[in-house]
Structure formats: C-alpha cells, structure tokens
Design a protein around this ligand. Structure first.
Ligand code: SF4
Ligand code: SF4
Length: 117
C-alpha cells in the first residue's frame, strides 16, 4: 500500500474546490491519477507552499515529518487544482522541472493530478 501525499493549490482549496471532498472520493474510487495505485494510504495533505512557487521547502517539511512518523511519503500527487492552476491561472510552477527536483532531492515519485471530476 503506497504512502501517498497530496499538495493542493493554496489559492483554490476551499474557494473553488471545497474541503477536498473530490480528492477523498477520487481516492476511494481510484479515479483519475489515483488509478495507478492498488491501494492508498494517505499520509499527508497540505498546500503547495503558495505563490510564487514555494513547493520545494514545503515538500522538504512534509518529507521530514512523515519520515519521523515512520510513514514516509512515497508518491506525491499535485492535486488537480494545481494542474488547473498551471494550465489556466498563470501558476508559476513548471511541473517538469519541479518533478525532477523533488524526485532527486527527496526520493519520491511525483504525479501531476488527482481526480478527474
Ligand atoms: S483538487 Fe483535490 S487537492 Fe485540490 S483542492 Fe480539490 S480536492 Fe483538494
Ligand atoms: S497558483 Fe500555483 S504556486 Fe500559486 S498557490 Fe496555486 S498551485 Fe501554488
């Protein structure tokens, strides 16, 4: 069962996507990008670090705390909210660059997107 972490867009969560209900449903149904997992253990969920793109220090903290709790994040999903922000709202994050950086620095798999609703 992979230990999954999720980052959400700090500007979208609880404004145009409420209470992360869509991702919880997506996880239970293995919808969208969650389909790659046989089973999911959600171990952390937090914001992206905020604009203008402070995700690396955010993920460093998430990686450290989950390791300290013996539930290290193995796969980190950037929520569909972040994907939409990158595609339609001038989010400054370059996913390809961020993925390489996070995977190299923290030894985790990084996936763009979560549910497809
Ligand atoms: S896409 Fe997922 S992580 Fe992002 S705000 Fe919506 S439910 Fe939360
Ligand atoms: S627009 Fe991008 S950097 Fe800004 S809060 Fe949303 S996901 Fe984070």
């Amino acid at each position: 069962m992979p230990n999954v972490g999720i980052l959400y867009c700090k500007k979208i969560k609880d404004y145009s996507c409420i209470a992360c209900a869509k991702c919880y449903k997506g996880m239970s149904e293995k919808n969208g990008e969650f389909a790659r997992h046989d089973d999911i253990q959600l171990v952390a969920m937090t914001d992206c670090g905020g604009c203008p793109g402070l995700s690396v220090p955010r993920v460093k903290l998430v990686s450290e705390i989950t390791k300290n709790l013996d539930r290290p994040v193995e796969t980190l999903h950037l929520g569909t909210c972040m994907k939409l922000a990158m595609e339609t709202a001038q989010c400054p994050i370059d996913f390809d660059d961020l993925k390489v950086t996070l995977e190299k620095k923290f030894g985790i798999d990084v996936v763009l997107g979560t549910h497809s609703y």
